[in-house]
Design a protein around this ligand. Sequence first.
Ligand code: NI
Length: 227
Amino acid sequence: MIFKIPHVLTKQQIKQGLKILETAKWIDGSVTAGKQSALTKKNLQLPEESEAARQVGDMILTALANTPLFISAALPNKIFPPLFNYYAKGDKFGEHVDNAVRYVPGLPVKIRTDLSMTLFFSEPEEYDGGELIIQDTYGEHKVKLNAGDMIIYPATSLHKVTPITRGQRLSSFFWLQSMVANDEQRRILFDMDTALQNLRKNNKDSDPNIIKLTGVYHNLLRQWVET
Ligand code: NI
């Protein structure tokens, strides 16, 4: 499922982040692309070991840890340290699927990329073009969000960033390994969790049906979880 998480970062945090990112040293974006996608990728990126990327990345990860909607939808197990890219006029990233496995730099940790995230640092009116286009079984989804908002989509999806025709676009992108690898199973758990949260608003927590359904949620999760 493709999922928007609004207001992951406040406008103030975006401002702080941009201040750090704008003075950092950017390099050619093809460094993290696979062989095939490097051919169609034209943008700049912060090196993975960049101190600026680490600082702003930590801010994002802390914010996400405090975003219940993200936890419920993604059921994160391991999150790749956020990366950052910058598209100026004429830059783009052609259609591709992200690599299945990512190695965390400097650590003996690898992550299966179940979900891809893009968190926007530029406001949509600051640039033309630069839409993230994601394909799924329902067709194409055009994504251009406000600064601070984030999109999550299955990493199995073909996607691209259309050429920038005006202005510039800065964003963070990263991946996570979910506790539940299967997108449909994750969707069922998310729907159930959301419904249960709504039920709890209007009923007592001691309602036996809520207790039973909460048990069903955990028993389904137990069947599908990998830790
Ligand atoms: Ni990609």
